[in-house]
Design a protein around this ligand. Structure first.
Ligand code: KIV
Ligand code: ZN
Length: 505
């Protein structure tokens, strides 16, 4: 069976999604998990775009040694040099150069002709090639470019040294039938195509990213660019988990394999959702909460008799934990450790101690602590690492006859204790106003949502918020059995992200 190269761009295209801003530690944590998942290439960022991106790519290149670490550069000498600077310490490095090719982009955006594009593309590929062997080129907006020009530009960049040629459906415009014609055309009309790997990069504006990617693979493409949970610009990119599980489940049809350890999919998906603050819709294929649940009586009856009746994949194949063991207030440190390991978390002794006290506090409030509670608890502990301000205490008084009042106490990273109080239109408003008096960073709350993680009145409530400051969106999440406390934690989480970004500027 031939192997498909899995090129993950969660940390680059995925992070371009508004509100998905990740800090340095979070990017490294995702990169390490992608390595465990077994991706072949990690596109770690766009180094010329910001110092934060540059720093993250450098760090990932130094720390994550198994996959190829790729840096993106637009067709500009400074961008290519900066990309090389960022990845030069990687064990295996790649530079990915892109330049628009469609008439629409050439006329309205670049104001350049095809001849100039051809020359610039080759010049930049050759520049990257002087630094390293592994160079990828993408003609941006390829699916709205005349195929003849795509053939021409691909032939030229391969000649200049490109080892991978990537065909992006930048605006998610193509259809499987049309895309298959383009990919087949490339194999037919580009004489030196055997010297490069053909890759595809599809966006999901029409909900066709996975279908288009799979079609391209069936037509001979051997690299697919994708993201965890399908996050990315606008409607997102093709989802890694859907592509990988489609190839695996329909081996009979594709006859292609990947190096992905599918048992790591669930954990990777949860991690990316947690750190970006993008929840996974319950009906999302592969990783949605309902993806392996059967509600209809007739289906349940079939499943009990023989799972194959209604199940095309085994939930365990994506690492979905089967929760036989129920933890509660009598469970010990060992039971917690074992359960966390089954869920894919290997904690240091110190982190386990913290997780255990948080678990005990939760088990006092909740009869049964479920896997989802544990995941939320571990995530909560992770969130408190490297905070500029830590929420120490929050107290609220509210009701239909009183003015909502909140008092908060914060501790700064230097150990200073700050306290203040405020009135608000509701309890959350009062808490946010009290925090604002202490932190003093102007921002606008643009989104606020609360959801119960588990069933029952004692469920943990998870609050996700987005705030906007100087044109950037920051996500925050917080979880607690008290939703006012969860709201305060979410706000602190978003503010700490904002302050971390500002601190780097
Ligand atoms: O969608 C796109 O065209 C891209 C390129 C940079 C490959 O993300
Ligand atoms: Zn893209």
């Amino acid at each position: 069976m031939e192997r498909v190269i899995i090129f993950d761009t969660t940390l680059r295209d995925g992070e371009q999604a508004p509100g998905a801003t990740l800090n340095l530690d979070e990017k490294l944590e995702i990169a390490r998990q992608l390595e465990k998942l077994g991706v072949d290439v990690i596109e770690a960022g766009f180094p010329i775009a910001s110092s934060g991106d540059f720093e993250a790519v450098c760090l990932i290149a130094k720390e994550v040694r198994k996959p190829i670490i790729c840096a993106l550069a637009h067709a500009n000498a400074e961008a290519v040099d900066r990309a090389w600077e960022a990845i030069k310490e990687a064990k295996r490095a790649r530079i990915h150069v892109f330049l628009s090719s469609s008439d629409i982009h050439l006329t309205y955006q670049l104001k350049m002709g095809q001849a100039e594009i051809l020359e610039l593309a080759c010049e930049m590929v050759a520049r990257a090639k002087k630094c390293l062997e592994d160079v990828e080129f993408s003609p941006m907006d390829a699916t709205r470019t005349t195929p003849q020009f795509i053939y021409q530009i691909i032939e030229a960049v391969i000649e200049a040294g490109a080892t991978t040629v990537n065909i992006p459906d930048t605006v998610g415009y193509t259809t499987p039938e049309e895309f298959s014609r383009l990919i087949r055309g490339i194999f037919e009309h580009v004489p030196n195509i055997h010297k490069a790997v053909v890759s595809v990069h599809c966006h999901d504006d029409l909900g066709l990213a996975v279908a288009n990617s799979l079609t391209a693979l069936a037509c001979g493409a051997r690299q697919v660019e994708c993201t965890i949970n399908g996050i990315g610009e606008r409607a997102g990119n093709a989802s890694l988990e859907e592509i990988v599980m489609a190839l695996r489940t329909r081996k009979d049809s594709f006859d292609l394999t990947t190096s992905i350890d599918t048992a790591q999919i669930y954990k990777t998906s949860r991690l990316v959702s947690e750190l970006t603050g993008f929840s996974i819709p319950p009906n999302k294929a592969i990783v949605g909460a309902n993806a392996f649940r059967h509600e209809a009586g007739i289906h349940q009856d079939g499943i009990i008799k023989e799972p194959i009746t209604y199940e095309i994949m085994d939930a365990r194949s994506i690492g979905l934990p089967s929760s036989a063991l129920v933890l509660g207030k009598h469970s010990g440190r060992h039971a917690l450790k074992a359960r966390l390991e089954e869920l894919g978390y290997t904690l240091s002794e110190e982190d386990l101690d913290r997780a255990f006290s948080a678990f005990k506090a939760l088990a006092d409030k909740k009869k049964e602590v479920t896997d989802r509670d544990l995941e939320s608890l571990v995530a909560e502990e992770m969130r408190t690492i490297s905070e500029a301000y830590h929420l120490e205490q929050v107290q609220v008084s509210c009701g239909d006859r009183s003015v909502p009042t909140a008092a908060v106490r914060l501790i700064t990273s230097d150990g200073e204790v700050l306290a203040d109080a405020a009135l608000g239109t509701g309890p959350v408003d009062a808490v946010y106003r009290a925090i604002n008096r202490l932190v003093g960073v102007p921002n606008v709350l643009t989104e606020f949502s609360v959801k119960a993680i588990t069933e029952g009145i004692d469920a943990i409530g998870e609050v996700t918020i987005r705030i906007e400051s100087e044109g950037r969106v920051y996500t925050g999440r917080g979880a607690a059995t008290d939703i006012i406390v969860a709201s305060a934690k979410a706000y602190m989480n978003a503010l700490n992200r904002l302050l971390a970004v500002k601190g780097k500027e």
